[in-house]
Design a protein around this ligand. Structure first.
Ligand code: NAP
Length: 549
């Protein structure tokens, strides 16, 4: 522990939180419970986070609503009832509003206010933040709840700005909706966002061109009106459900056929073909992302994975009648190494006469023209282009902000060559700043609401411990970042994930490094690392400072 001289220790709040998604709401509640003064700033005009920003047609959460919800409040769990098995963004935003009201969080939340800049004052260990209206605020701690999939990316196509029609990004869809009827629409991208949009708009638009580069494993979501019996049963057993979620190391969700899914142990290769078929069929009938809960070695062993991949590829070939089209739409990479895509009647859309797939696997988009999209010698005339081209995942939102730590260091500079964090929670040179569900954490592979809650709990306990010891500044070290980055990379290379280009490993953004981007070792070992830091009283891997006065 070092001592330093206090310059101006006056603060407006103990903690400033950025972002009013589920993690931000959790953080306000927890900080207040612990007795800290807190203010949350949200750029959007309302709470809801990713569900506030993403409101494109067809969007449904791909984890069951009863699981994709906050578990720290018995009252919330019991009083809120979901209307659908997989809620849409409007219902998820209503839920976020319900949480904010029911827990009386709103008085500490300022919406419509973006934090434009944050600067660490090294003289006193305090953050000075500036909002978009020029308001200046000082806080001892900052918790960034800015989301792992928040910063949209658009490939830098030649001629992008020349297009005379309308263009939209899936992640910034106008809340008032867009009338696409009779329009010639082009959708670029067939990840989760693109597939849901395509399925939803195909029957409304005049003509739909799908610009398709890499096929994904798309599976029926099997959404339905929430069965009352199911909702009641879940509420009566929420404790058991939540525990099962928390200890499901990959995924963090468990629902299967409206029951708690039994964790599967053992190798896919040791099971008989009949056993595998029965297990896979059960998941197929259950729908959604239930294939994440199969034999654990599908994540690490190509042969085990091939059994699952073949099952899912056959399902696509069964659904797509035209063999040539089926070939284009069938992925060849190991299943699960890119996020599964939960859909409703996606493949069937291609049977419609107004829908045309443009295969980009051999010839990519050459340019956006004033009239549409050109691929090779063909120009596709369009009234509207939808970019469903994804996100600068894990690091994008913090790199885009003007956050300056020690020596004016920004995240854009610090993470230029790959993400650098310790446990995905702190970054060297950014004292007293915590990040939730971000780079270096298991967030891409675990249920982010549960992870966010556990991270916020960890931060809260840390802040209490610091207060008890009269320490007012904590910072991780470069060595801890190096070690954690190495661990992230080691855990990644022990899996099949490096075999496929995806946002999990930064390969959706040209030139982006995968180093330290996410922790692939599962939630149990991640939790252990967080616990070890606490047990050691932050002695290793952290610098603790007390300012005098
Ligand atoms: P994404 O999975 O990264 O998909 C981006 C798509 O754009 C891909 O098909 C990609 O093709 C294509 N693309 C990118 N650059 C291109 C180019 N230059 N030319 C042609 N195509 C290009 O993004 P996303 O669909 O927005 O989904 C991101 C993640 O958000 C999901 O994996 C999921 O975790 C989350 N999400 C969840 C939900 C849900 O809960 N229901 C919904 C939406 C998103 P390539 O594959 O060839 O690169």
């Amino acid at each position: 522990m070092t001592n330093s001289t206090n310059t101006t220790s006056k603060t407006d709040y103990d903690v400033i939180i950025v972002g009013a998604g589920f993690a931000g709401l959790t953080a306000v509640h927890r900080m207040r419970e612990l007795g800290f003064s807190v203010r949350l700033f949200e750029a959007g005009s309302d709470v809801g986070g990713t569900w506030y920003w993403n409101q494109y047609p067809g969007l449904k959460v791909d984890v069951e609503s009863v699981e994709y919800s906050l578990s720290f409040s018995y009252v919330i769990e019991q009083e809120w009832t979901w209307s659908e098995r997989y809620a849409g963004p409007q219902e998820l935003c209503r839920y976020a509003n319900f949480v904010a009201d029911r827990l009386d969080l709103r008085r500490d939340i300022q919406t419509g206010t973006r934090i434009d800049a944050a600067e660490f004052d090294e003289g006193c260990g305090i953050w000075a933040l500036t909002t978009n209206s020029g308001e200046q605020l000082r806080s001892r701690f900052v918790i960034m709840c800015t989301g792992m999939l928040n910063q949209p990316v658009k490939p830098p196509f030649k001629g992008l700005d020349s297009f005379e029609g309308k263009q939209y990004h899936s992640a910034r869809w106008p809340k008032e909706g867009v009338d696409l009827s009779e329009q010639r629409v082009g959708v670029i991208g067939t990840g989760s966002s693109g597939v849901q949009i395509i399925s939803a708009i195909a029957s409304q638009v005049g003509h739909l061109h799908v610009f398709h580069r890499t096929p994904g494993y798309c599976l029926p979501l099997r959404n339905c009106v929430m069965p009352e019996e199911y909702s009641t049963r879940v509420k009566a057993n929420y404790g058991e459900w939540r525990a099962a979620e928390r200890y499901n190391s990959f995924g963090g969700w468990v629902a299967l056929n409206y029951q708690i899914g039994k964790p599967v142990t053992g190798s896919a290769l040791d099971a008989t073909p009949e056993e595998r078929q029965a297990l896979f069929d059960e998941r197929w009938e259950s729908g959604g992302l239930s294939f994440y809960n199969v034999y654990p070695d599908v994540y690490t062993d190509l042969k085990a994975n091939a059994v699952l991949s073949k099952y899912l590829q056959d399902k696509i070939r069964e659904r797509v009648k035209d063999p040539k089209l089926a070939e284009i739409l069938t992925p060849k990479y190991p299943a699960l190494t890119k996020r599964l895509i939960a859909e409703t009647n996606y493949y069937e859309v291609y049977e419609q006469e107004n829908v045309e797939l443009v295969d980009l696997s051999k010839q990519g988009i050459d340019e956006i023209t004033p009239k549409g999209v050109r691929v090779g010698d063909t120009e596709y005339a369009l009234d509207c282009i939808v970019f469903a081209t994804g996100f600068d995942a894990m690091i994008g939102s913090l790199k885009a902000m003007d956050v300056r730590g020690r020596n004016g260091l920004t995240f854009a500079e610090h993470w230029d060559d790959g993400a650098r964090t310790h446990m995905g929670l702190m970054s060297a040179g950014f004292p007293n700043l915590f990040i939730i569900n971000a780079a270096g954490s298991p967030a891409p592979l675990f249920q982010p609401i549960i992870l966010g809650q556990e991270q916020v709990q960890w931060v809260g306990r840390l802040m209490i411990k610091l207060a008890e010891r009269n320490i007012n500044c904590i910072e991780t070290t470069s060595k801890a970042e190096d070690d954690w980055g190495r661990l992230c990379d080691e855990t990644l290379s022990a899996t099949l994930f490096p075999l496929t280009d995806s946002w999990y490993i930064g390969k959706n953004v040209p030139g982006k490094s995968h180093t330290g981007l996410a922790y692939f070792g599962g939630m149990e070992s991640y939790r252990q690392a967080m616990t070890d830091a606490e047990v050691s009283a932050y002695a290793d891997d952290f610098i603790l400072t007390t300012f005098e006065g």
